[in-house]
Structures are given as structure tokens and as C-alpha cells.
Write a protein of this length. Structure first.
Length: 377
């Protein structure tokens, strides 16, 4: 198959490897695993994940609707899947439908709980998102526990309100791309110090996400923590994984469309841009390039094709001079890239492929002018 660039390629083998690891951790610990759809809600990813996970974590009505559609497709009645909703923007007009779709709903504030808890159907388990006020990140753009955070109920306010016994579960999220479980252990310890025996009256606790399981060598601290909580508190434990499932399971292949000199440096223009990976511009980081070589003789600034001056990926080194038509591959492009992609300047979305375990490529989706037209006419 001739790949049309820019091409977003999902790797089924890597997805299954990541999911298998999480399944094994879940079996050893008793923790239930949810795929966090916000990382990449591609239907093929959801279908591949479905046999390995206990359900999906969603943040909106649309995500909940898609999750339910996928879970009801070719599902066996023997398995009970769950859909957990956590969002700071719970909209009243959507609440009834959300209760029909979701098995668990976490309220982000005490005011939301007071306003809407009575409207939740009895079959839906109600929880509260707590802000433990433990910051493990120096960059507040990523930090859920930043000062004046919008994400969750201040742990001191929740303790003073004494409302933990009015719900069935607690949800928290404290990290971003964590590669060890120290933040999780410290957060659980703080919750236990604050709420003590009240935790025993809960049915479940959700650790949120942000842990890169595929980059963590020792899972035993996580397994031990879950076993201890389940034994002492008699509650279910959940983990929501997005980046840890799909992050390293996709690449973005691009083509060089122009090469020129600018103030003594070589610039190569690609047929992609920060349109397709907005976090590059948002967080001013340089993504990994497979063709980069630390000892390469040729320095090149890789830039996107839009008119945004800052549409630049960074400066990289190559063994050979880049030529028009050469391919450049962005690694670890699975999470928070395609889901945030946009059509600024009228640039099209990448073509989406799935590379099966046998190596064959399947074309999943290709966008046309008609898709762009529908957005604006």
C-alpha cells in the first residue's frame, strides 16, 4: 500500500502489548482498568482495547455516546463493562442522557453534587472528584493540583463538609506522564489520614490517570497498594489509562516538501504542522523523530507548513542532507495529538492507518475537501 502522508499509523502489536501488561497488573492486584478515551477515541483503538479493559473513562456526552456504541458492538453478555464520567463541565441538559449511558458519574464540585445528585438514576454510582492538594509537577499547565485548581473538590473543604459518606466513591488525578508510583502512594496516604474509617463506607476509589505504565520498570508498589486497599477497605480500585495505552503505539509519518537556508541554518518544511500535534506549540516541546541521529553531520530545523511563525518542531541532526520527498517520522504520537488536531489554514487531517499484528496496513480513514466543507458551510 502506498502511504499518503501525513499518515497517522496505529500499531496494533504495541497496543496489545500495552494492554496485556495492564491486564496482567490488574489480575495480580485486583485493580480494574479503564481506557481514558480523551487520549485517542479512535474506534479501532476502542475495539482493540475492549477485550482487555473493564470499561472506558469519558469526559463528555459525546465520548460517553461513542463508548456505549463500541461496547454494545459484538459484546458478549457475560461481560459487564463500565463507563466512568469525570468532567468539570457537567451540563444540566445532558444529565439525563449521561445517567442512561454511564455506570459511574463523578461530581467535580460540591455545588454540582448539591444541584444534581438527586437527578442521578439509582443504577448510576455517584462519586466525588477530590483535589488532594499534592503537587508533583513544576509546570502548572499540567498540574491538576495547581493553586485555585478547577479540577476537584479541595480536600480540606471536602473534609469540613463531611459529605464523603453521601457518595459511593472518590476520584482523584494528581500527575502527568509519571514513571513511578510514589505520587499515588503519597496521595492515598493523605486520603487515609483525612478520611480514615469513612473510606470503608465507600464502594470504590479511582486513582485517575497520568501513569506511563509502559515506561515503569517495577509494578510491585502499585500491586501492593491495591491489594492493601482492597483487603483493608473492602473497596474496588480503578485506574484510568490513556497515554500509557496508546502514546507509544502510533507514529506520524510526514514528507519533506521544501528545503532552504535561513540565516545560515537549513529549514525543512513538512506536509504536517502543529495543526496535527498542537501540544508541540502549547507546551513548546520538540517531539521525538525516529530519523534523528545525535552524531549526524546535518542540522535541520523541521517546520510545519502553516503560516504560523511558531509552527516549528525543533532542530534535529541527520546523517544525510534532507531532500524533498524524504520521510520524517514522529514517534510516540498516539496520545493527545490526533484528538487535538485542527484544520487551520485549510490543511487537511492526516490519513489514518492501522498496522495489524501481521504487518499489513489497513486504511481506516481519509479526509477530503467535503469534510472541510461540512465544517464551514
Amino acid at each position: 500500500m502506498n502511504i499518503r502522508t501525513p499518515a497517522f499509523i496505529l500499531n496494533e502489536t504495541q497496543l496489545i502489548s500495552n494492554l496485556t501488561t495492564l491486564t496482567q497488573i490488574g489480575e495480580k492486584s485486583g485493580c480494574k482498568v479503564l481506557y481514558a478515551m480523551k487520549a485517542l477515541p479512535c474506534a479501532s483503538v476502542l475495539e482493540i482495547a475492549k477485550p482487555f479493559v473493564d470499561g472506558f473513562a469519558v469526559s463528555s456526552l459525546f465520548e460517553a455516546q461513542l463508548a456505549r456504541e463500541i461496547l454494545e458492538t459484538n459484546s458478549t453478555k457475560e461481560r459487564k463493562f463500565e463507563i466512568h464520567l469525570t468532567t468539570p463541565a457537567l451540563i444540566a441538559d445532558e444529565l439525563y442522557e449521561l445517567t442512561m449511558l454511564c455506570t459511574h458519574i463523578n461530581f467535580n464540585s460540591l455545588t454540582h453534587h448539591a444541584r444534581y445528585a438527586a437527578a442521578i438514576e439509582a443504577e448510576t454510582s455517584v462519586g466525588l472528584r477530590v483535589n488532594p492538594k499534592l503537587s508533583f509537577l513544576n509546570d502548572d499547565r499540567f498540574n491538576p493540583c495547581r493553586p485555585h485548581s478547577k479540577l476537584g473538590i479541595d480536600i480540606d473543604a471536602l473534609w469540613q463538609a463531611n459529605q464523603i459518606e453521601q457518595v459511593e466513591g472518590l476520584h482523584f488525578h494528581t500527575v502527568f506522564s509519571a514513571t513511578n508510583f510514589t505520587p499515588l502512594i503519597q496521595t492515598v496516604d493523605k486520603l487515609r489520614r483525612y478520611f480514615g474509617h469513612s473510606l470503608e463506607k465507600l464502594k470504590w476509589i479511582n486513582f485517575g490517570g497520568g501513569y506511563l505504565f509502559h515506561s515503569i520498570a517495577d509494578y510491585q508498589p502499585f500491586i501492593d497498594l491495591v491489594i492493601e486497599l482492597r483487603r483493608e477497605l473492602k473497596i474496588d480500585c480503578y485506574i484510568e489509562i490513556g497515554n500509557g495505552i496508546v502514546g507509544n503505539a502510533a507514529t506520524l509519518i510526514t514528507s519533506v516538501v521544501d528545503v532552504f537556508e535561513s540565516n545560515g541554518k537549513t529549514v525543512a518544511i513538512l506536509d504536517t504542522s502543529v495543526n496535527h500535534n498542537p501540544e508541540v506549540f502549547e507546551y513548546q516541546r520538540s517531539p521525538a523523530i525516529l530519523e534523528h541521529n545525535d552524531s549526524g553531520r546535518y542540522n535541520v530545523i523541521l517546520a510545519g507548513g502553516t503560516c504560523l511563525a511558531g509552527d516549528v518542531f525543533g532542530e534535529y541532526r541527520f546523517k544525510h542532507p534532507l531532500q524533498i520527498g524524504d520521510k520524517v517520522t514522529f514517534a510516540n504520537a498516539g496520545a493527545y495529538s490526533l484528538i487535538k488536531a485542527n484544520r487551520f489554514n485549510g490543511h487537511n487531517f492526516p490519513t489514518i492507518y492501522l498496522q495489524h499484528t501481521g504487518g499489513t496496513l489497513e486504511l481506516l480513514k481519509q479526509y477530503t475537501y467535503y469534510d472541510y466543507q461540512k465544517q464551514w458551510l
